[in-house]
Design a protein around this ligand. Sequence first.
Ligand code: F6P
Length: 405
Amino acid sequence: MENLLVLQSGGPTAVINASLAGVIKAGFDNSKKIGKVYGSINGIEGVENQTIVSLELFNNDENLRLLKQTPASYLGSCRKKLPALGEDDGLYCRIFEALEKYNIGYLCCIGGNDSMDTANKLSAYAKQTGKTIRVIGVPKTVDNDLVITDHTPGYGSAAKFIANCMRQIALDTDVYKMPSVVVLETMGRNAGWLAASAELANDSTLSAADIVCLPERPFDLDAFLAKVEEVSRIKKTVMIAVSEGIRDKDGNYIKENNPRGDKFGHAALGGAGKTVESRIAGQLGFKTRSIELSTLQRCFAMGTSLCDVTEAFEAGYKGVEFALEGHTGVMPGFRRISDNPYKMQIVPLNVCDIANFEKKVPEEMISQDGFGLTEKFREYALPLITGEPELVYKNGCLQFAPSVI
Ligand code: F6P
């Protein structure tokens, strides 16, 4: 019988291991068709180096439950770009030799945009060379920027964290008599979905996100400062969310740490909030504090969304089922049937249509002045942050899956 291999790559999320749990569970549930379940350490690099481990310890409900609530990529990650087909045959030969050595018939690559590129190239290479291995991309990314799919596992939990941070910080900021401004910086690269989620902090009892700056709109400092002043005239504290990826009208990032970028051409971002903070304090004179959520927004496993955890698991499980049905080069994607009641369908989408594209926040979800979100966004995003899973704690601390390495 052929075996199943799973790997994780790209930036982690709080629910990426729920997808891993889904893949593993589907592997064990299909023991008449699948032999062993293996994991590759550090993504595709682990296949190349043959650092491949048995995941037999998860043939156990308790360990699987702990895996579902473990943040960060349990199997480790990498940001490796595979060369175009025909550019480095040696590398592809090494990868496929390892896959043959472990008798892998099914390979699941859990990841975002760049990991879909890996899945796409591996399935194309397999087809080209007449190999029968089925390669599946299982979606994850806090950025929510995968195209075609309605949304991506990982986003809902990060969005829930951001919205709840905004609400709690809003109360803290309001304790003094003097006016003040808070700037919260989110991840998300060139797509503003994470910054947009700050909008979900607002309800009839609390205005916790007054201004949201998305990379979808050029950052105009004068218009921005005018907006801050406008809000400050009606509210003592001004709550702002900015995306790490905001750019000026010439397309330059407000703050960029590595302009040459990584192997996928992504700049290292972070620090836009601090830059905005100094402009507000310097030009308007308000007490201003910036908060960079950084990795917390993607690894905070104590406040995940039940909807997100459940869907992440299902995406992994369905990925294996698609492979068993004979699909290759596909990703289980989400198709929205309805908002209310919230209903999704998981369908196979071709990874070649997804790899290397970015889904931005559409115009219809952005307010006219560009500093807020519309009701359409709330309808879209609210179901994704709904529900709280029951978590296992010991001595007050969240428990994680036992290490396999
Ligand atoms: O992969 C998504 C992401 O979390 C982005 O939002 C962020 O810009 C990037 O990863 C950070 O990557 P790293 O952790 O590799 O620095």
